[in-house]
Design a protein around this ligand. Structure first.
Ligand code: GLU
Length: 253
């Protein structure tokens, strides 16, 4: 079996900072996956369900805003998969949906079941597209935008690489949008040191700031997974980061 690469795409990468999912970005991702498939088995962890729903529906405001987001996610998820299915099919890529929670990736039996399912999908040339099951869990809506979930999946599947597409070039020593002196940390040697730099860089549509990225590094630590955090808005960001052609943050877990 080829080594596994887990690719995490957050809402802000899919929307390019707008209010709409960019079919062009999904096109870019599908071409990159096609290229990667020569050397890897690819697992995609994608957010975007809430953002897709927001494009065409307004729900009555409930007492708990999280319930509203979960409901939007339930409406948007099939639509998101439809977009993936259509665009990936143009490139001969077959997709499957797996909705998971942190809880599922902690219990022994559910871990085994998840691993078996994903393995069968990969062996049959299907690309598993994973999102949090927002009906029953809200961890990634509150904090994470699937950063943590993607790291847990990478560990479960013994992945060789985890690529987290972000809306900035990687982890910085400060918030580069506010502090012009903030520098990109190209090689994370000590997670503890990086923690001292944490800034809240929460974006409008995604909930994954630097804290959840650092959580992801912690989950991969000691698991022999190479983690790459890269700016997903750059065309062919994956290939370019793997070949070291664009600035990004790396961590050998
Ligand atoms: N599972 C959520 C979604 O797909 C997470 C999104 C987020 O936090 O932006 O929309």
């Amino acid at each position: 079996m080829k080594p596994i690469i887990v690719l995490k795409i957050g809402t802000s990468t899919l929307t390019g900072g707008t209010n709409n999912i960019s079919r062009g970005k999904i096109e870019d991702i599908s071409m990159q996956i096609l290229d990667l498939k020569k050397d890897y088995n690819v697992i995609l962890v994608s957010s975007g369900a809430i953002a897709v729903a927001k494009q065409f529906v307004t729900l009555k405001a409930p007492e708990r805003p999280l319930g509203l987001k979960s409901a939007l996610s339930a409406i948007g998820q099939p639509k998101l998969m439809q977009i993936y299915m259509e665009i990936f099919a143009d490139h001969g890529l077959q997709v499957a949906q797996c909705l998971l929670t942190h809880f599922d990736l902690q219990g022994e039996e559910s871990r085994e079941n998840t691993k078996k399912t994903i393995t069968v999908l990969l062996n049959n040339d299907y690309i598993p597209i994973i999102n949090e099951n927002d009906t029953v869990a809200v961890e990634e809506i509150i904090l994470g935008d699937n950063d943590k979930l993607s790291a847990m999946v990478a560990v479960l599947m013994n992945a060789k690489k985890l690529v987290i597409a972000s809306d900035i070039d990687g982890i910085f020593t400060g918030n580069p949008n506010i502090n012009p002196d903030a520098k990109l940390i190209e090689n994370v040697k000590s997670i503890e040191e990086v923690k001292t730099y944490i800034q809240d860089t929460e974006s409008n549509l995604g909930s994954g700031g630097m804290e959840s990225k650092i959580n992801a590094l912690e989950i991969c630590q000691g698991k022999n997974i190479k983690v790459i955090i890269v700016n997903g808005s750059i065309q062919f960001f994956l290939r370019k980061a793997i070949k070291n052609e664009i600035p990004h943050t790396r961590f050998i877990g």
